[in-house]
Design a protein around this ligand. Sequence first.
Ligand SMILES: [Zn+2]
Ligand SMILES: [Zn+2]
Length: 273
Amino acid sequence: MSQAILLGVAQDGGVPHAGCQCLTCIRARKEPDERRLVVSLALVDDHRAWLIDATPDFPTQLQALLDASLALSGILLTHAHIGHYAGLIHLGREVMNARRLPVYASPRMAAFLRNNAPWSGLVEERNIDLVEITPRVEFALTPALRVTPVPIPHRGEYSDTMAYFVRGAKRRLFYCPDIDGWDEFDLAGMVSRADVALLDGAFFDATELPGRDIRDIPHPLVPDTVSRLGHLTADVRFIHLNHTNPLLHPGPQLDWLHQQGFDIGRFGERWEL
Ligand SMILES: [Zn+2]
Ligand SMILES: [Zn+2]
């Protein structure tokens, strides 16, 4: 049976955020239940698992797979921002010394890893085998797990950005943790083809970042995303939540989200695919 398991819901810096003294982060340092790992999704078939993104919380997320008797069989990368690939560092000789773990990446992302230390060392030492994927071309992890990389508009200093559309025998899932905005992307069209959609919900509203103009925030706001999807029936979860996002806690914003028929993701949540 193939399935997807959500192994984190936070934006790149996690919760608590390094050095942050906001109430959310102070509380998360005291209460383990209030911590949020950086967003990552496991795709599972039988006893094998593939992680979408290698986050700074990779050691904890790998252990969650091992505790479920799942063997890490590869990693699919979305892009070269720290929350999404920095965990690869644990595959090197100083830590796991992995042997030829397949790492799926766009040609530009693969070139970035190949040409920049310390990532280039993982390639040279054969800790990882880069597998170049082609945007919009489906490939099979197993006969029951087929994946299509979907190009996404997102600031690209070092790499382009892929979302992933996953096709299982029973259900389809769209995974898009990071995007600048939906204006240049057919969100409704994509989500209408999916049964489950996990979407960038970094910020709820512009007041979360005092002094910043809303146009400078390079993510869609959750109410904007909801307004584009209200007529669709897919199971939608918001992920990649910034530590400032009020949806991390019970309150009027989360109540509103539930009334619209949406929810945030939770660690350990599973969907049969
Ligand atoms: Zn991110
Ligand atoms: Zn990013």
